[in-house]
Design a protein around this ligand. Sequence first.
Ligand SMILES: NC(=O)C1=CN([C@@H]2O[C@H](COP(=O)(O)OP(=O)(O)OC[C@H]3O[C@@H](n4cnc5c(N)ncnc54)[C@H](OP(=O)(O)O)[C@@H]3O)[C@@H](O)[C@H]2O)[C@H](O)CC1
Ligand SMILES: [K+]
Length: 515
Amino acid sequence: MKIFSASQIYEADNSTIKNQGITSVELMERAANQVFNWMHLRLQDTTVKIHLFCGIGNNGGDGLAVARLLKQHGYNIGVYVVNYSDKRSQDFLINLDRLKDIKVWPDFISDASDLPRITPDDILVDAIFGIGLNRPPASWVVVLLQHMNRSRAFILAIDVPSGLFLDKVPKDGKGIVCANHTLTFQVPKLVFFLPQTGIYSNGWELLDIGLDQEYLSKTETDYELTGKNEVLQWYRPREKFSHKGTYGHALLVGGSFGKIGAVLLASRACLYSGSGLVTAYVPKCGYLPVQTGLPEAMVITDEGEEQIFHIFFDIDPSVIGIGVGMGTENGTVKAFGEFLKNNKRPLVIDADALNILSKNKGMLKDLPAKAVLTPHPKELERLIGIWKDDFDKLEKAKSFSKKFNCVLVIKGANTVVLYNDKGYVNTTGNPGMATGGSGDVLTGIITGLIAQGYDSLQAAIFGVYLHGRAGDIAVEKTGYQALTATGIIDSLGGAFLDLFQVAEGPQVQRSDNDS
Ligand SMILES: NC(=O)C1=CN([C@@H]2O[C@H](COP(=O)(O)OP(=O)(O)OC[C@H]3O[C@@H](n4cnc5c(N)ncnc54)[C@H](OP(=O)(O)O)[C@@H]3O)[C@@H](O)[C@H]2O)[C@H](O)CC1
Ligand SMILES: [K+]
């Protein structure tokens, strides 16, 4: 699913109005009807007080139209116009008149001196700013937003929580509505998925307002959301007359004394992802644990007892996953540098191999085309330098990926895969997966998919999806705290099977706070 920018959403509005022969206020009425229906279905004629805070633009217009529909259905409402500018939009004014026509006169709030009383049992509708916010709100508006946030009432944001820009992180977190739920129109917004801004939208849902399909399908976007539909198209079925050689041979290189488990986890995940053959390359101390722990895998040992000194093997792997548990001792750094110089095979690079690259940037020129790099935030910072905010991080990461022609997997609550100026935002996974070894499992999965012939960008996107889905399946049985990397691997089969289950209901995404 595409993630559109604010200017693209305005273009989509215009082509909808033009191609469907409707007015902009009719489009606003569609949007308001969808919000009203969503609320009506859940509130079932409740008598709880619903406070609607409406700006003076089209987000505010939506809020006024929702207020009218609620009033017409007998709800107990209070309507406030947050009078932050005298440049009221045409559709706001039309909806203000329509509200007055049914004898509802909103209170106008123009400063912070007389804010409405809100009790924790009330419901707030946030329709103050939408995607049109282009500068920080005035200080009295910030006081109002704080008043709403502190009320402990349930806050339903329309389109986006007020105070969030679509393309940058606000400097002052106090000037943002902290919504309990966000109803957004037609397309997801990138801010829902970034760590610094996602905390304000919480659970979000898409409301279909019938925007011009032709515009939506033909327009290229910088980001896409990946769910089951997106990855399913790449799924490669197993063929009847195939054999283990058909599905590739993956080599996992890593481990050091005390960190052999990382290779074991990556190798097991690689097998469970369908790689035909898996070989682990470890220092001598890893021989017994890997052979015993994973009898399906073959083991090659380095000449080093406790760490890797010289990466040499006489097999012909289809892909190599390198770095987990490997350490950054001088001998290993040298071995990795030599290996990169001579290697021609596709690579998945993780953990200590990334740290070595960060400290020896000259080695980056030896990466094969489209190598997959899977840094967690700290590893990413060492690779690309510090960033100002989440948007700056994505831009810096994109330029890095372009410069070194690599697929960058930025791990996080919503992992983002970047390649060729485009970002793919993952939708699966949960906070229980923030546990030791979870990253090693991801490396194994991506390596296993490349072994089977998936292109490395597809393998990264698909692998991140499967990893998260397996975590979601596992957490149902274990809860967040008891979820382990091994638990994720054990649910990989379930994640593959789930690809062919029919998708459930509307798309809702919950953040950690909902758990
Ligand atoms: N396709 C859709 O998704 C539809 C969305 N709809 C709704 O429309 C809003 C967007 O409405 P818009 O009027 O463009 O913008 P806002 O309501 O967010 O803001 C209104 C104006 O406020 C000004 N502004 C911006 N920042 C500030 C600030 N800090 N202080 C004061 N004023 C500010 C700005 O105007 P300026 O000329 O002053 O710059 C904004 O234009 C969308 O989010 C949906 O809710 C439609 O209803 C249906 C289609
Ligand atoms: K809003």
